[in-house]
Design a binder for this molecule. Structure first.
Ligand SMILES: Cc1cc2nc3c(=O)[nH]c(=O)nc-3n(C[C@H](O)[C@H](O)[C@H](O)COP(=O)(O)O)c2cc1C
Length: 207
């Protein structure tokens, strides 16, 4: 089911990251009616996505439940890739959904990830930055539905190319998590604090 947009004056009921339904408060106040001298605003719909919590709580997962991913969720994941910005908007990419996962698993560094995934998407694209943008968008879109994922490096590009008609830059494995994951169990700040990452002052500077 598509996530509803936030409508003014209505409580916001969203499917949170992890798939749980929750109602956010306070409700968004309904704006005053437009006076004739005010410019017309095309839409009064407000959309607020807690992108930072999704980013902070996302971990790369390699253990997947034996549960299929619905077709509409797969379509949204692919669409998140399609919607990504790319250099000069060239969109020189192909997102290949691989069904023969057993054979394809042998072409990546971590075959288990691919063999046990519910969905495998290989990204064929010559531009590394574009690949990264599309990959992260797809993984975050998936996470927004409670679907976990992991990028997989390609060990044998020519074998992979033979199977899917092009050498993938990266292979993404997706599935529902083997162990339940609840992004709402911690605040975004706590997810950030607990992440296995270098501290911000080590990786950023101001000049
Ligand atoms: C370009 C790239 C290639 C990766 N290749 C693999 C891989 O071959 N196998 C694997 O298990 N994880 C792979 N990963 C996942 C990384 O190990 C993971 O992003 C990192 O350990 C952080 O994990 P975390 O988000 O769970 O903390 C890859 C990640 C990136 C960005």
């Amino acid at each position: 089911m598509r996530r509803p947009l936030l409508l003014p004056g209505r409580p916001r009921r969203v499917t949170g990251v992890g798939g749980c339904l929750r109602t956010l408060s306070p409700t968004v106040p309904r704006p005053a009616p437009r006076r004739p001298d005010q410019p017309h605003v095309a839409s009064t719909r407000l959309a607020r996505v807690d992108a930072f919590t999704a980013i902070a709580s996302k971990r790369d997962e390699r253990r997947y439940a034996d549960r299929p991913i619905p077709e509409d969720a797969l379509e949204r994941i692919l669409d998140a890739g399609r919607l990504s910005g790319s250099s000069q908007n060239k969109q020189e990419w192909e997102f290949v959904v691989v069904s023969d996962r057993d054979a394809f698993a042998e072409t990546v560094y971590a075959p288990h990830n691919v063999r046990t995934a519910a969905i495998v998407i290989a990204i064929i694209c010559p531009r590394a930055f574009d690949v990264g943008r599309a990959a992260q968008n797809m993984m975050l879109a998936a996470w927004g539905e409670g679907i976990v994922s992991c990028p997989n490096g390609v060990a044998d590009a020519s074998a992979a190319a033979e199977q899917i008609g092009g050498a993938p830059a990266i292979v993404l494995s997706f599935g529902y998590p083997e162990r339940p994951r609840d992004p709402d169990s911690r605040s975004a700040e706590e997810w950030s604090r607990r992440a296995n990452r270098k501290p911000l002052d080590e990786v950023s500077r101001r000049v």
